[in-house]
Design a protein around this ligand. Structure first.
Ligand SMILES: N[C@@H](CCC(=O)N[C@@H](CS)C(=O)NCC(=O)O)C(=O)O
Length: 326
């Protein structure tokens, strides 16, 4: 495994929830670069940066450094890169034979697209997400975010939660923002991506933030189902283009992780219809083994879908690290 992606865990089944780290995850998936995920709670991010010698990802207006995820460590080059756009640019430069996300000459326009997306859509989406997202984090990150993301007025997230008509009104603004963006797409002669036929980082921005709403509210929620109906399903069709990239290397569900802690690797393989592709020892202190599996549909020899899950197998009850030979 040559790349480590640092991501923030959560209580929800797929674990990965952060739209910013999803941009980096999608970039790695689309490029087909192998990587392992190391999960870091929000209050531990700054310490991680210092431990691996990374520079702050940003500087706040007050001059205070900011430490954010995603962050990648490319063990092949020893490069440590933060910020999803920087990560995508680094991967383009370092791995030129993979799908480019910043085709030559597009960097300025893509940066402008990201800023415009923030202005017309994201600013309206944020107030809808805050409380639900924070409640889905593990206690250390939840406590941290309740303090650091507290509204400037000092009230709690519960006190500013939008409900009823105010919530509907806010969703209307998000929909209108996305209508404007879809209108920009309609100016292209061909193709279904921001840059026409070819996917680019700007698409990862759109897909990651809408994906954030899907993950946060849930596929079956009324709020998400309404999004899928916007513009006669235009956004639903747009997002479908990312399904194949999200399915690959989705973090293992909490259920698999729970089973993996108690079961032997062979139990997991047999019970879950999973087969081991490769096994690597991660650099993490807990000696976590990261295993990639292909999901075998009901024991059928033919792979039903190329779902690759990363499953962390912790030391078994004898304190041994599980391996294919154990
Ligand atoms: N522009 C950055 C934004 C990164 C960012 O804000 N990440 C959030 C997670 S979604 C974070 O690490 N927050 C921790 C904090 O604000 O302390 C990127 O695209 O990577």
């Amino acid at each position: 495994m040559t790349i480590t992606l640092y991501d923030i865990p959560s209580k929800i089944s797929i674990n990965a929830w952060s739209p910013n780290t999803w941009k980096a995850r999608l970039a790695l998936n689309i490029k087909g670069l192998p990587y392992q995920t190391v999960w870091v709670e929000c209050p531990d991010i700054e310490r991680l940066y210092k431990e691996i010698g990374a520079k702050p990802s940003d500087i706040k207006e007050s001059g205070v450094p900011r430490y954010t995820l995603p962050l990648i460590h490319d063990h092949a080059t020893n490069a440590v890169i933060s910020d999803s756009a920087n990560i995508a640019q680094y991967l383009d430069d370092q791995y030129p034979d993979t799908t480019p996300l910043f085709p030559k000459g597009s960097r300025a326009l893509q940066a402008a697209f990201e800023a415009a997306h923030e202005r017309v859509a994201l600013t309206h989406l944020y107030p809808l997400m805050g409380l639900t997202v924070v409640r889905q984090l593990n206690p250390p990150s939840e406590d941290y975010c309740r303090i650091t993301k507290r509204p400037k007025s000092g009230v709690t997230l519960e006190e500013v939660e939008l409900k009823g008509e105010a919530r509907d009104e806010q969703w209307k603004k998000v929909r209108e923002g996305h209508e404007r963006i879809a209108d920009w797409f309609s100016k292209n002669e061909e193709g279904s991506f921001v840059m026409g036929k070819d996917i680019s980082f700007a698409d990862l921005v759109l897909a990651s933030f809408l994906g954030w709403a899907r993950i946060t509210f849930g596929q079956e929620s009324g709020e998400w189902k309404t999004v899928l109906m916007w513009q006669d399903g235009w956004w639903a069709r747009y997002l479908e283009q990312f399904d194949q990239h999200q399915a690959q290397r989705l973090p293992a569900s909490k259920e698999y992780q729970r089973q993996a802690k108690t079961a032997t690797w062979r139990d997991c393989v047999d019970k879950e219809g999973l087969r081991i592709l490769n096994l690597e020892e991660s650099s993490s202190k807990e000696q976590v083994m990261v295993v990639e599996f292909k999901l075998c549909h009901r024991g059928n020899i033919e792979w039903k879908r190329q779902f690759v899950a990363q499953i962390a197998l912790y030391s078994n009850s004898h304190g041994r690290v599980l391996s294919p030979n154990s």
